[in-house]
Design a protein around this ligand. Structure first.
Ligand SMILES: Cc1cc2nc3c(=O)[nH]c(=O)nc-3n(C[C@H](O)[C@H](O)[C@H](O)COP(=O)(O)OP(=O)(O)OC[C@H]3O[C@@H](n4cnc5c(N)ncnc54)[C@H](O)[C@@H]3O)c2cc1C
Ligand SMILES: NC(=O)c1ccc[n+]([C@@H]2O[C@H](COP(=O)([O-])OP(=O)(O)OC[C@H]3O[C@@H](n4cnc5c(N)ncnc54)[C@H](O)[C@@H]3O)[C@@H](O)[C@H]2O)c1
Length: 474
């Protein structure tokens, strides 16, 4: 029988950035919460994804910046050992004590172990020591279990022990020869980071004809050009058909569909992710899911009667991004608290309206790819009357002072009928922070005639806004 201490208002399974956000908001709303985590509180993002990958990328970006500036030079090549040591600091040496403290200070209860649903409003936790603890919820159970890498079915690949984001972001010995499968953010960021840190022979096998297909086509083209200029071998229209590794620590051989053979030290898989729903007890509530858990705008699982189950972050497949998951987590925690109070649910913060518009995202390659809203293709497919504006970022005065060869490309997608922005893309070095201006314009649907009065300061790269608006007829 469950101990009465094991009854909480909310049970959160998964202490990634998203689960932690739900717990914080629910407690802020006056509820009690328990957070269950079987590995590290902080999740994939903190230890094996966003944070360490960016720690590995920044030195390369800074080096490129210095390289563009006559009069400045690095004292030597990038010191890989120092970068890896700094990376270890950024992930707190994989000690999650600070996150557990934060949970306890909310205050909420932290339970380490593997969580599973065990019927409506119930979960059980198996601990490493083999104990089983049953938890009961008064109001809600929230699945925030994240996602895991999807490894393609290439003969020999699994047996070859491919690297995923885990091994790539926790690298201790950078492989000299690396093969990368995929063309999305993971493949692009990790290929470039590892190449800059010593993977001299890096080959990317891209089964399609573009990198970063979520973005406007020019984004992938500019990134591919930059990769090739620095010596990354990007092969479009190529797939691995067979992989061999005869000894666990030995080299790996990748055979491609054009009959070529690549010998490498490691193969890295960046071919997408799938929701972490294996063995989380969906069967105990009669839910069959072989993909993301579908939720409504309040994060409630649509297939579950009585509305007690919620799913947030990567596991619901809406947008696999930390900031969007945390946004969903704020909605979810607040909704659960409002429903528990029996209060009104019509406050604007209680519904997810941002995910469907096209999430803001920065891919931290050199150059960075910053996108928000719809691409031109998606806007047309969605039936809008589309007008676009494009501009060479290297042509604005702010670019001139950023060094020799600083440049890139920007594009706005406009709804011509309502004269509001549907999407924006900026591809250039160090443009990540400019994205938020576009996110505000897209989400608030600021009329172009009003945007015209938002004057960008001189001489900054943000002057590209002015040029783009001029192209829209202003
Ligand atoms: C290499 C890489 C780089 C990335 N970079 C960025 C970036 O720069 N910016 C960005 O916005 N996004 C980035 N992402 C995406 C981002 O990491 C995810 O969107 C984010 O981690 C999702 O958070 P989450 O809380 O939903 O899941 P996770 O971070 O995966 O956390 C889920 C947690 O649940 C736990 N868990 C799972 N099952 C159970 C169970 N049964 N019982 C108990 N605990 C369980 C897991 O151990 C984990 O701690 C990156 C992803 C990768 C792979
Ligand atoms: N900076 C960031 O915001 C950031 C960084 C990393 C990851 N992420 C997010 O994490 C998620 C996972 O990223 P990802 O790059 O792994 O996935 P993705 O789905 O974005 O890209 C997967 C890529 O792999 C290719 N692919 C799929 N199956 C393949 C196969 N069998 N053989 C060869 N290629 C194949 C696809 O064509 C695609 O190019 C994404 O949603 C991404 O946005 C974000």
């Amino acid at each position: 029988m469950a101990d009465s201490n094991d009854v909480f208002d909310v049970i959160v399974i998964g202490a990634g950035p998203v689960g932690l956000t739900v717990a914080a908001r629910a407690v802020r709303g006056g509820l009690t919460a328990v957070v269950v985590e079987d590995r590290l509180a902080g999740g994939e993002c903190e230890y094996y994804a966003c944070i360490p990958s960016k720690a590995l990328l920044w030195p390369m970006e800074l080096a490129a910046e210095v390289d563009r500036m006559p009069g400045l030079q690095l004292r030597g090549p990038i010191d890989t050992a120092a970068v890896l040591a700094r990376r270890d600091d950024t992930v707190s040496h994989r000690d999650d004590g600070h996150e557990v403290n934060l949970i306890e200070k909310l205050p909420a209860t932290f339970v380490r172990g593997r969580g599973r649903l065990a019927g409506p409003l119930r979960a059980e936790v198996s601990t490493d020591g083999g104990d089983r603890r049953v938890l009961r919820a008064r109001h809600a159970v929230v699945l925030a279990t994240g996602s895991i890498p999807a490894v393609p079915d290439v003969p020999g690949l699994r047996q070859a022990g491919p690297w995923t984001n885990r091994e790539a972001t926790s690298v201790q010995q950078v492989p000299k020869r690396l093969v990368v499968l995929g063309a999305g953010p993971v493949a692009c960021e990790m290929a470039q980071a590892l190449h800059s840190l010593g993977a001299e022979e890096t080959t990317m096998l891209v089964r399609g004809e573009r990198l970063l297909t979520h973005a406007e086509p020019f984004a992938g083209e500019l990134v591919a050009r930059s990769f090739r200029e620095t010596g990354i071998d990007v092969r479009f229209g190529r797939s691995a058909v067979r992989v061999e590794r005869t000894a666990p620590d030995g080299p790996v051989t990748v055979h491609t569909d054009d009959g070529a053979r690549i010998d490498a030290d490691e193969i890295l898989v960046g071919t997408g992710r799938r929701p972490a729903i294996d063995d989380i007890g969906l069967d105990t509530i009669g839910l069959r899911a072989d993909g993301p858990i579908t939720v409504d705008a309040s994060m409630r699982a649509t297939a579950v009667p009585d509305g007690w189950l919620y799913a947030v972050g990567d596991v619901n497949g809406r947008n696999l991004l930390t900031h969007m998951g945390k946004y969903q987590g704020r909605v979810c925690g607040d909704v659960i608290a409002a429903r528990a109070r029996g209060g009104p649910e019509d406050a604007p913060g209680l519904r997810d309206t941002a995910d469907d518009r096209g999430a803001p995202q920065v891919v931290f390659t050199e150059p960075q790819v910053s996108t928000v809203g719809r691409t031109e293709a998606r806007a047309r497919a969605d039936g809008f009357t589309v007008r676009t504006a494009e501009y060479d970022i290297g042509e604005v005065a702010g670019a001139l002072v950023r060094g020799v060869g600083y440049g890139g490309w920007a594009k706005l997608v406009v709804d011509e009928d309502r004269r509001v922005l549907l999407g924006a893309t900026f591809v250039a070095s160090d443009m990540a922070d400019m994205l938020h201006s576009a996110t505000i314009a897209v989400n608030a649907e600021v009329p172009l005639d009003q945007l015209w009065h938002a004057v960008p300061p001189f001489p900054t790269v943000s002057e590209v806004w002015l040029r783009l608006l001029e192209q829209c007829g202003l």
